[in-house]
Write a protein of this length. Structure first.
Length: 243
């Protein structure tokens, strides 16, 4: 299973003072030293954490692969097609949200695919970028994602993360969705809200091949340093994985 670390919140701390520390690029390199398989960042339209310059520096500095999260805004899609990260994950984006709250709504009016999303997928695939869609773990979203001929889906683990202490239902839903997505020919990723407490059960779902984890790892890195925070999560994922 691949473990990607999302370093957005290193940039959040820097942007709190609009200074040059802590540096998300240095953090990304530390993640790699500790065994991360890749780095995830979200270039938001409001640039609240990662800046354009960070992206350029990340592309030059990291030795693993970059997963760029983005919405379908033309200028951001343009930046992605110019920088050509290994992977792009389309996410919904609303300015007023604290974090990405739900998966993509893959339908526009009349149940047709969102034309902006269709065009953005084509633009990125044309330049050889692997494309993933961040979706809720439900059958309809999975079928629509498969129809859009993307390479992968990232299943939103937010509901699971919010309820994992109270109910097994969200984990069962994730497991069913993972089986369904794989059967539809999609690579299966997962993320959002995963922590040192709740990642194990998700990592044990065999169909899931990639996890993207940010806030919890960056939070722990404040207490123990980035390399230890990443190795602890890496070990936890490995322990949960039987294959
Ligand atoms: N995956 C996606 C698509 C996201 O939008 C985010 C948050 O930026 C994450 C994973 C990481 O979520 P968290 O920071 O809660 O681990």
């Amino acid at each position: 299973m691949r473990f990607y670390v999302n370093v957005d919140h290193v940039a959040t701390v820097r942007q709190a003072r609009r200074t040059d520390e802590p540096d998300p690029v240095a953090a990304a390199v530390a993640c790699e030293r500790a065994g991360a398989d890749g780095i995830t960042v979200h270039l938001r339209e409001d640039r609240r954490h990662i800046q354009d310059e960070d992206l350029h520096r990340l592309c030059a500095a990291i030795a693993t692969t970059l997963n760029l999260e983005l919405a379908t805004a033309d200028d951001i899609v343009g930046i992605a097609s110019e920088l050509r990260p290994h992977q792009a994950t389309f996410v919904p984006e609303r300015r007023e949200e604290i974090t990405t709250e739900g998966g993509l709504d893959l339908t526009a009016a009349a149940g047709k695919p969102d034309p902006k999303l269709v065009a953005a997928i084509a633009t990125l695939k044309d330049v050889g970028i692997r494309v993933s869609l961040f979706i809720d773990p439900d059958g309809e979203s999975i079928q629509r994602a498969a129809e859009l001929r993307v390479d992968a889906v990232e299943l939103h683990t937010g509901e699971y993360a919010n309820r994992f202490r109270d109910s097994d239902a969200p984990l069962e839903r994730l497991a069913r969705a993972a089986v369904e997505a794989k059967a539809a020919g999609l690579a299966v990723h997962a993320g959002h809200g995963l922590t040192y407490q709740n990642t194990g059960p998700v990592a044990s779902i065999r169909e899931i091949e990639e996890l993207s984890i940010g806030h919890s790892v960056v939070s722990r890195s404040i207490m123990v340093g980035m390399e230890s925070a990443v190795s602890e999560m890496r070990a936890l994922i490995a322990a949960a994985r039987v294959d």
